[in-house]
Design a binder for this molecule. Structure first.
Ligand code: CAA
Length: 383
């Protein structure tokens, strides 16, 4: 089916495909094995305009749309889910809210270098005891110096890109009595901020080329100019940001599912058992048929959410549906790919083993599958 992509979207997709095939694929397994951040790929993505795809050119971005962004992330995740999430976090969770809620001065200082890929960003909402229940923030920002400064104390968990990033958009409680309406967002340089330290890099099951760690805040003092948006607006900014972020993770899941399907088809045509290629066994045919059908359905959901975002429409449940479905499709596809490969699928020699480990996180970060169902149901069951 012709999805009616524009010339620009096709070009972005083609550029991402060529970059991923030529530069990402050859080193993806090694990045995973060595748990290494691919600084050289991030530098190339900056040159290609991939670090701020949807940000206007005047603010350092490529001036493209979310549909193009989805197409590009899928191509990159098809070869390396780690590289895709580094790109997704910088675009969706950092550049997007800065573009929407930042002041001119904040955009000049942070958005231009972030969207052009000269700097890298991260997003800190989760805490040791506030993951799915994001409103239960224990990081406290107290007004000090007669209202001129904030002092922040607390811990943030699982912060993707933090070990290698320059700046974090971090959420903290400025007024506990107000609950979700007492949360505010702050822009904090990660280097040279007294009182801010990083934990060791997390040791993870998958996406091992993407680094994450804890952020500790001990009497971190920030001026009012560090606030992103208004005092008390933080939870809405964080949720609105995740509406976009979940589209990026859905696209990452599409790339993983596609990799699993393509590897399965190739292997099924080559591998023989019982005197014929395994592609001729119905057990295998049914698996690849289901994988392909689910992948197309997940892609359509993801492109719908992206299109709604591009049209400026509220897309909260549509993003949740895309992320929920695409992440579960990626997990099923990767699991079946390992099964089709049999014993070889269990070895690190074939990418399906990495696809299987990488797929799992897509059901967890930027809201678990359970949280996506809460968001979808809340939209259906509202008065
Ligand atoms: N956009 C704008 N505002 C929103 C919103 C949205 N999508 N969703 C909710 N809000 C607003 C509501 O309108 C409400 O505002 P009012 O008080 O003015 O009415 C307020 O926020 C509170 O909304 P809820 O009552 O629905 O909030 P809740 O406490 O029940 O939480 C939740 C709902 C959906 C479970 C939410 O906590 C959530 O999404 N949790 C998961 C968090 C998450 O995804 N974390 C991932 C961390 S980031 C990460 O993984 C990044 C990485 O490193 C890759």
């Amino acid at each position: 089916m012709d999805l009616d992509l524009t010339e620009e979207q096709r070009l972005l997709q083609q550029t991402a495909r060529e970059f991923a095939e030529r530069e990402v694929a050859p080193i993806a397994a090694k990045l995973d094995e060595e748990h290494r951040h691919p600084a050289e790929l991030v530098a190339r993505m900056a040159e290609l305009g991939f670090m701020g795809v949807g940000i206007p050119e005047e603010w350092g971005g490529a001036g493209m749309d979310t549909v193009g962004y989805v197409l590009a992330i899928e191509e990159i995740a098809r070869h390396c889910a780690s590289t895709a999430v580094i790109m997704s976090v910088n675009n969706s969770l950092v550049c997007d809210p800065l573009n929407k809620f930042g002041t001119e001065a904040q955009k000049r200082e942070w958005l231009i270098p972030l969207a052009s890929g000269k700097k890298l960003g991260c997003y800190a909402l989760s805490e040791p005891n506030a993951g799915s229940d994001a409103a239960a923030q224990k990081t406290i920002a107290t007004v000090v110096d007669g209202g001129d400064m904030f002092e922040l104390n607390g811990t943030k968990n699982f912060i993707t890109n933090a070990p290698v990033a320059d700046v974090v958009i971090l959420y903290a409680m400025t007024d506990q009595a107000k609950g979700v309406r007492g949360i505010s967002g702050f822009i904090i340089p990660l280097k040279g901020t007294p009182g801010l330290t990083l934990g060791p890099a997390d040791k993870k099951m998958g996406i091992r080329g993407s680094q994450s760690c804890q952020i500790f805040l001990d009497k971190v003092r920030l001026p009012r100019t560090a606030l992103l948006g208004e005092v008390g607006q933080g939870f809405k900014i964080a949720m609105n940001t995740l509406d976009g972020g979940r589209i990026g993770i859905a696209a990452q899941a599409l790339g993983i599912a596609r990799a699993a399907l393509e590897a399965s088809v190739k292997y099924a045509l080559e591998r023989e058992s019982f005197g014929k290629p395994i592609a001729q066994h119905q057990a295998i045919q049914w698996k690849v048929a289901d994988m392909a059908t689910e992948l197309d359905a997940a892609r359509l959901l993801t492109l719908r959410a992206a299109t709604m975002k591009d049209k400026g429409l509220r897309h909260t449940p549509e993003s949740a549906m895309a992320k929920l479905f695409a992440s579960e499709v990626a997990n099923r596809a990767a699991k079946e790919a390992v099964q089709i490969f049999g014993g070889y699928g269990y070895l690190a020699d074939y990418p399906v083993e990495r696809n299987y480990r990488d797929a799992k996180i897509t059901e967890i970060y930027e809201g678990t599958s359970e949280v996506q169902r809460i968001v979808i149901a809340a939209n259906l069951l509202k008065d």
